[in-house]
Design a protein around this ligand. Sequence first.
Ligand code: C2E
Ligand code: CA
Ligand code: CA
Ligand code: CA
Length: 268
Amino acid sequence: GKKAGRRQVVAFDPDMLGDERHRRFIERELRAALLMDELELHYQPVFGADMRVRSHEALLRWKHTVRGMIPPAQFIAIAEESDLIDKLGEWVLRRACADLETLRTPVAVNVSPAQLRRSDFARQLGLVVEEMGVDPGMLIVEVTETVPMVAGAVEQANLDAIRALGLKVAIDDFGAGHASLQYLRGFAFDIIKIDRTYIANLGDNRIDAMIVGAICDIARSLKVDVIAEGVETEAQLDMLRRAGCSAFQGYLLGRPAPLKRLAVADAA
Ligand code: C2E
Ligand code: CA
Ligand code: CA
Ligand code: CA
């Protein structure tokens, strides 16, 4: 179309991420994408111990008119450097709320540490949830552990307020950062998601198997749910079950897909 024609066409090179001109370019394109309907959510199912779908994780996708699909790893970090992350985050939340009716399971949305640092984040989130008229109990907020967050009073206040609204909080990528155990005592949460790097070597790395077992034990003691991410093989699933893991997510069980395709699959 006309708009696409006016855009610069440049080769996309992730090595250029540090480049200021590239950053500005992506930022400008992303603002346009929000207006031009180039964003969409894909949903990946999470399975319970009974192997039934118990929730879905919303994963952001950017279908650039000219350059095709751009993965979140290549634009979230740039969005985090400005207010763009708040706009993206609100777009994701509204879209996920709108899709709840079709999904008929709780939906998890990823929230960036940059969003959690805003003192009015939880209040804004509450307003959107109310405006969208959805049951807050159907929403899960996934937060990634970061070192500053453990100490951050604003982040903790936001997370407490989010739970007070009735949403659940999940710690994403658990074990991947430096502050996992501090995190556990830092604030109240509902779900631990074991980082997929621990799942990948479950078959041949005894230490990883022990760590996964220990995380499951901690989760049981704390009475929180634990989800294993990145489950790709039957062998991994088997070991996770034996370790006492209660929920599973990964390519073995279901890849992220647009709502349309999920709905078709469910109806079949
Ligand atoms: P994440 O939250 O840890 O999401 C899981 C990532 O692992 C997703 O990549 C998913 O497609 C991928 N994945 C799922 N199952 C498997 C598996 O079995 N094997 C492997 N190798 N990978 C698997 P994706 O969609 O590229 O997202 C990457 C990251 O981007 C996410 O990691 C999350 O941190 C971020 N992200 C995605 N959507 C959003 C969003 O709406 N907002 C924010 N702030 N961040 C987002
Ligand atoms: Ca996540
Ligand atoms: Ca994760
Ligand atoms: Ca992540």
